[in-house]
Structures are given as structure tokens and as C-alpha cells.
Design a protein around this ligand. Structure first.
Ligand SMILES: *Cc1c(COP(=O)(O)O)cnc(C)c1O
Length: 387
């Protein structure tokens, strides 16, 4: 599909009418492990589903065009997408990752390092001087970027990092899960690889765990395709079908998430029982100007600190309605979570302190329910923390 078509139209029309047999408007789901050879000894496009599958390819093609990349490999989870990228590394190669990266990414890199399969340094990438020093010192093969960060929504300057990397051979990998191609297009900022946990916004319906690796060029794409097949990381056809169905409404959902997130952030920022709000869409947020420069929207994730400690947090969760107390994010439904004891529980209390994750921090994945209902519920739960 041509890339001068708007993203909304790309997502909606991807692979429509691709069924040559019956002319189905919606691309069929190919639930088959294997494909019959039409002729002995003649190679064909599809032979075995671990290697390639038409339903998975339809999803890959759609996300490739949305991100403005060259090709994509659909994987069974966000973590398998990240694992797939580590296939580019040899035992002495360094990855430089954010000090506050996704917990699963931190665990994967750290465990692989323990087994001698790669080397890793964690840096606060907002400090570009420190990052440049670290790059010069370790000559990494990969610089891993995640922006905005979880759960504090800190933004790092992707283009500035890609400028630093221009002199060397390091690949710039961006985890674009939080914003999706609707609100951030890392290839335009100099990325070589973009990955997603499609479990989150891209599928958006909290019913599929999946991932994707999108690459800028054919060589990287071939390497990713080859290793997904070797390691057996490819996504399931039915999951790809559901994810492509979710993708159809990505732009609609992202705009609704963003609008409501801003409204909630504004209400929280004014509230006497709230100490601090982290949402780059607020003009008072320290990340606002960079987010405005590099992003196309501010997204649907926010976090805030309430007055008090664990007791107040407990009361808040006890009384909150219309939000489910759960990990994960990016679905149509609103979720609240307590990073200190939930998503970031594996970190030591010292590491949590260093990362800025306090006991009174609450994270929200803002859903697309009626804005008024969410605001009312938040205000009520906050009031209950007083008693
Ligand atoms: C959830 C998430 C992942 C991991 O994805 P899974 O689909 O849970 O394996 C990676 N990065 C970010 C930013 C995430 O939010």
C-alpha cells in the first residue's frame, strides 16, 4: 500500500479483499501448520507456519507501513520480540539500555548477561553527555530506547541519540509500545529497529499477547525473519488475526485515550490530595516541550503521587470504580496499578527509590469509557483517602 495514504486509512484497509478464492472483504485467518506443495521440487511462498503464514504476514505488512519501515516480524509476545533482537548480539557485544526500562527487558538483558550471552549497561538517557561517554567507552552494538518511560513518563530525545550514534556502528532500537505509530514514528527520528508489545495498544482489546519487530532495511529484516524461524518465536495466526482486527481502530482509540488522559491529568493536577502528576501532555510537565517536538500525541498513560503512603493508596484502590486494579496497559478499559508492589515489585526498594518509584505512586492506563464517569470515580476515590 502507498505510504502517502493517511495512517487511519492504512490501518483500516490493510489486506482487505486479499482473498482471491472467494473475494472475502476481510482477510481470512489461515489456521494451518503446513501448506501443500503444488509441484515437487518447486519452492513456494508458504510451506510451514513457523516460517511464514499469510495471516501473520498481513499484520506484519500493516504495521510496517504504519511505522514507515521496510519489513516486520510478528512474534508471540513483546518479550519474544525483544529476545529476537538480542539474536543480533555476540557474547562480548554491549547493549546500552535505559536505567528505567520495562522490567521484563531489564530481567532479560540482565539474565542473558549472567549467562555470558551479551553485555549490558544501564544509563539515564536523558543525560546525553553521560550517554555519549558511555557509548564512547563501551562501543555498543545496540542502544535500546524506550520513550516515554514506564511508569514516570519520562521522555528521551531519540533524534539526539541517533545523532550521537552516526559516527559508530551501533543500531538504535526503539520500544514504541507506549505511543504506537499513531503518536510516534521512530524511523523518522533515526531508529534502525522499532519493536512493540502488540499486547498493549496495537491489539488494544486485552485479549492477545503478541509482539513485532519492524526494521529499516532488508538486511536486518532478513536476519530477524531467519532468527524468528530458528528460535521459533513467530506469532500464532489466530493471534495475528485478532491483532489486525484491533489495529483497524488504532487511531480512533489512541485519540480517545489521549483526550481522556489529558482531562484526567488536568483534574488530578488541580487536586489538593495529589502531590504530583506525570503526563507529558500537561504544559507544566518537564517533558512537555520534548514530547511536543518528537511525538505526534501524548498517549494514554499517566501516573500520579497521592498525599500519604500505603494506607491512602489502599483506600484509593478500595473505592475506585470504573478502573480495574491490574497490570498491563493499552486496552480500551481503564486500569489502575501500584508500580511499587505490582509492576516494579522485583526491584529492590533502593532501586525503586533510584528510579523515582515511590510508595504513593499510582499508574493509570486511561481507557475509552465516558470521560465524566472516570473523573467522578477518581474524585470519589481520592476523597475516600482522607478518612
Ligand atoms: C508489556 C511491555 C513489554 C513486554 O511485552 P509482552 O507482550 O508482555 O511480552 C515490553 N515493553 C513495554 C514497553 C511493555 O509495556
Amino acid at each position: 500500500m502507498k505510504s502517502n495514504i493517511s495512517k487511519n486509512t492504512i490501518a483500516i484497509r490493510a489486506a482487505l479483499e486479499s482473498d482471491e478464492q472467494f473475494g472475502a472483504v476481510i482477510p481470512p485467518v489461515h489456521l494451518t501448520t503446513t501448506f501443500a506443495f503444488k509441484q515437487f521440487g518447486v519452492e513456494q511462498q508458504y510451506d510451514y507456519t513457523r516460517t511464514a503464514n499469510p495471516t501473520r504476514d498481513a499484520l506484519a505488512e500493516a504495521v510496517t507501513v504504519l511505522e514507515g519501515g521496510h519489513g516486520a516480524t510478528v512474534t508471540s509476545s513483546g518479550m519474544s520480540a525483544i529476545t529476537l533482537v538480542t539474536a543480533l548480539l555476540n557474547p562480548n557485544d554491549y547493549v546500552i539500555a535505559p536505567h528505567d526500562c520495562y522490567g521484563g527487558t531489564f530481567r532479560l538483558f540482565s539474565r542473558l548477561e549472567k549467562r555470558g550471552l551479551l553485555r549490558v549497561k544501564y544509563v539515564d538517557q536523558r543525560d546525553l553527555n553521560l550517554l555519549e561517554q558511555t557509548i564512547n567507552q563501551y562501543q555498543p552494538k545496540i542502544v535500546w530506547v524506550e520513550t516515554p518511560s514506564n511508569p514516570l513518563l519520562r521522555v528521551v530525545d531519540v533524534q539526539a541519540i541517533s545523532e550521537i550514534l552516526k559516527q559508530g556502528n551501533a543500531l538504535l532500537v526503539v520500544d514504541n509500545t507506549f505511543l504506537t505509530p499513531i503518536f510516534q514514528t521512530p524511523f523518522k527520528l533515526g531508529a534502525d529497529i522499532v519493536i512493540h508489545s502488540t499486547t498493549k495498544y496495537i491489539n488494544g482489546h486485552t485479549d492477545v499477547v503478541g509482539g513485532i519487530v519492524v526494521t529499516k532495511n532488508e538486511t536486518l529484516h532478513q536476519t530477524m525473519q531467519e532468527w524468528a524461524n530458528i528460535l521459533g518465536l513467530s506469532g500464532a495466526p489466530f493471534d495475528s488475526y485478532l491483532t489486525l482486527r484491533g489495529l483497524r481502530t488504532l487511531q480512533l482509540r489512541m485519540k480517545a485515550h489521549e483526550k481522556t488522559a489529558l482531562a484526567l491529568a488536568e483534574v488530578l493536577a488541580e487536586h489538593p490530595l495529589v502531590v504530583k502528576v506525570n503526563y507529558p501532555g500537561l504544559s507544566s510537565d518537564p517533558n512537555h516541550s520534548l514530547a511536543k517536538k518528537q511525538q505526534l500525541g501524548f498517549g494514554g498513560m499517566l501516573s500520579f503521587e497521592i498525599k500519604g503512603g500505603l494506607q491512602e493508596v489502599e483506600k484509593f484502590f478500595k473505592h475506585i470504580e470504573c478502573f480495574s486494579l491490574a497490570e498491563s496497559l493499552g486496552g480500551f478499559e481503564s486500569l489502575v496499578c501500584h508500580p511499587y508492589t505490582m509492576t516494579h515489585a522485583p526491584l529492590s526498594s533502593e532501586d525503586k527509590k533510584k528510579a523515582g518509584i515511590s510508595e504513593n505512586l499510582i499508574r493509570i492506563s486511561v481507557g475509552i469509557e465516558e470521560e465524566e464517569d472516570l473523573i467522578k470515580s477518581l474524585l470519589k476515590a481520592l476523597e475516600k483517602t482522607r478518612k
